[in-house]
Ligand binder design. Sequence first.
Ligand SMILES: Nc1ncnc2c1ncn2[C@@H]1O[C@H](COP(=O)(O)OP(=O)(O)OP(=O)(O)O)[C@@H](O)[C@H]1O
Length: 241
Amino acid sequence: MIKVKNLSKRYDKNIVLDNLNFQVDTGCIYGIVGTNGVGKTTFLRILAGLSKPDNGEIYIDNINRVGNKSNKKISFVPDSASLYEYLSGEEYLLFFASILDVPKELRKDKVSYLIDLFNLTSAKDELIKTYSHGMKQKVSIASALLNDPDILLLDEPLTGIDLINSHIIRQHIKKFVKADKTVILTTHLLELAHSLCDKIGILHKGKIVEEFSTNKLSLDSIEKRITSVYLGENSGEMMSK
Ligand SMILES: Nc1ncnc2c1ncn2[C@@H]1O[C@H](COP(=O)(O)OP(=O)(O)OP(=O)(O)O)[C@@H](O)[C@H]1O
């Protein structure tokens, strides 16, 4: 379980996260939605340990992660992957496996398994600079899975991804969670959040202001709730006029 208590982060006068509280159970896919600049990436980067909060605590299975090394493996996939463009997909993944300390004898097998899983076999020897956005995104997600993380943090994983690749990536996220892992992702694609996530939280003014179980609320109802959080209670009617 991941539990966040009173997390705050500001950039000069810009208060991005403001005593944010949040909890996710192991085995859950949690989607964070919110307007541009509301702090979704900032939150994921703090969870990943890439950015320090000003205040607050992050417990992973009851161990405070802030300032401590967690014994749980956490992988973070940024929204636009910066990959080494002059390596082939396979070379990149092998290189990344060595950085992540994947045992040497397992690297080749893990890499070829992931290349196959993400349908990258025919392009594995091509330089990454020749890859499309979707192919790069698949390499990026594959690289995050190399060390079999316990927690996967995905920043807008499916933005700009075509239907088929989106399907492939979704399947893998679902498969990943079945192995008792946790996924937290951010997205602007509400339909995706509804079909993929178990829970959706709305980030607004530095806090998770509302949370829904997707099996309890329709896509339409969630959309109305989000609109009313940002635009006020009568916004749903205004927008349908
Ligand atoms: N390194 C930084 N220095 C200063 N301000 C920053 C920095 N990183 C983010 N911010 C600011 O923090 C706020 C939240 O940014 P963040 O990238 O977390 O938003 P987001 O919800 O992920 O946005 P989007 O949906 O557009 O990707 C924004 O106002 C942004 O300008």
